[in-house]
Design a binder for this molecule. Structure first.
Ligand code: G3I
Length: 403
């Protein structure tokens, strides 16, 4: 069975400056070079993001006035893809609204051919987030010793399908090797360590990742202070500025995010985050977006998500829903699946109603790959596909919100 990936191509002659493969070449608000080097074509993922991908044209640009289309095809296994049912696909629908729809995936999935046959379907998923392998314990397990094979495997999978990639995450108190957390470094030394880590990891993937979660979960659960960590204890709020400045320098075209959980509705933690971002922006810290993880509980999705996310956007930054899942208190019933459908619908509608909400990522897509059962044993079934890759009502809740 084959599926076809439609590429938007444009041919421009006489261009002097050209972008390399995997670099951004277009999109709303983008002011850089729109021409790709020989051997690459400018693929428009949606209204706001085009990227040079390998292709046969001698050069190309994302200029809308000169767009033509072409196709590439690839072979899949015999497992039917979700779009075989005739659904247009969530990413295909999202792109019509100038947004993306994507998934997080982790390395164990790379040996699961059934999983991959679904994950590579660009009608459903236009963006892939590296779920674990770009975290500090994976990329710099000991000082100045960098390891990228696992992350590279996921990035290459996405690139081979023409999917854009979100990087997750550079500076996080968790999955942090003990050489950092227990190193007793002074402020100057920890600054150098953060700068070196951010610079190395971002440079390795420069031009290939379109978003990075530069810092993750920096606000305390109580919502009235920064989270206690080696970074905040040693450097206070400045560690965030240090990380973002190094990130901007390493890959200037990449959108840089501050990412957190429990910042869904209007409350103390989201207000602290709003004030923090506002303060950092005022100091010139290059934050491009707020990442809302959105690990939610069905039946308890805050009614103020739209207002809260619009409040982040009012700071002049993008908002991305970065890790969406909506868990159900067990046991699962038809009524609970219908409630979950309403919840997914509400989240998707909230994002679609905010011009600067750029897209939605679900934290993996079939239930048997979800992190929820291992952490919340009384809850589960959090994703839009069940463990047999059958679309749940939740899928149609998203689909209806994007139509
Ligand atoms: O790789 C080892 C493997 O070698 C070992 O055999 C196995 C035994 O437990 O552990 C494996 O590591 C696990 C890793 O995921 C990779 O599968 C860790 O134990 C496990 O703790 C880790 O969990 C990840 C979690 O972050 C860590 O905090 C989840 O997969 C990942 O989905 C989750 O993602 C986070 C986001 O980064 C931030 N927001 C919340 C979200 C959910 O917790």
């Amino acid at each position: 069975m084959q599926y076809r990936l439609v590429l938007s191509l444009a041919f421009v002659t006489g261009a002097l400056a050209q972008k390399a493969v995997w670099e951004q070449c277009g999109g709303n608000g983008y002011t850089g070079v729109t021409t790709c080097a020989s051997g690459a074509v400018c693929q428009a993922y949606n209204d706001w993001y085009s990227q040079c991908v390998p292709g046969s044209a001698s050069s190309s640009s994302s200029s809308s006035s000169t767009k033509t289309t072409s196709t590439v095809s690839s072979t899949t296994t015999s497992v039917p893809t979700p779009t075989a049912t005739g659904d247009p696909g969530l990413h295909a629908l999202a792109t019509r609204k100038g947004r993306y729809f994507g998934i997080a995936m982790d390395n164990p999935a790379l040996s699961d051919q059934t999983y991959l046959s679904y994950a590579k379907n660009t009608k459903e998923f236009g963006v892939v987030t590296v779920g674990n392998s770009l975290k500090w314990d994976a990329t710099e397990p000991s000082r100045n010793s960098f390891s990228y094979d696992r992350a590279d495997a996921i990035v290459k999978f996405a690139e081979a399908n023409g999917q854009a990639v979100r990087g997750h995450t550079l500076v996080w108190h968790s999955q942090l090797p003990s050489w950092v957390s227990n190193g007793n470094f002074n402020a100057a030394e920890l600054t150098r360590i953060i700068e070196s880590h951010v610079t190395n990891v971002m440079t390795k993937f420069k031009g290939r990742l379109f978003h990075w979660d530069v810092v993750n979960e920096v606000v305390d659960d109580g919502g009235n202070k920064l989270r206690d960590s080696v970074f905040s204890r040693t450097l206070g709020e400045e560690f965030i500025a240090i990380a973002f400045r190094a990130a901007r320098k390493a890959d200037p075209a990449c959108k840089l995010y501050i990412n957190d959980y429990n910042i869904d509705g209007l409350d103390a933690k989201s207000t602290f985050t709003y004030d923090l971002v506002k303060r950092l922006l005022a100091k010139g810290v290059p934050i491009d977006g707020v990442g809302v993880q959105a690990h939610l509980i069905s039946g308890s999705v805050p009614g103020s998500i739209q207002e809260n996310w619009a409040r982040f956007a009012s700071l002049g930054v993008d908002v991305a829903i970065t890790e969406l899942d909506i868990r159900i208190p067990l046991p699962v019933t038809d009524a609970k699946l219908q409630q979950q459908k309403k919840d997914y619908n509400a989240v998707t509608k909230a994002c679609a109603s905010i011009p600067r909400c750029v897209g939605i990522t679900i934290w993996d897509f079939p239930d048997h790959y979800s992190w929820i059962p291992s952490v919340f044993p009384q809850e589960g079934a959090a994703l839009p596909w069940d463990s047999n890759y059958k679309k749940k009502p939740a899928y149609y809740g998203i689909q209806e919100a994007l139509q």
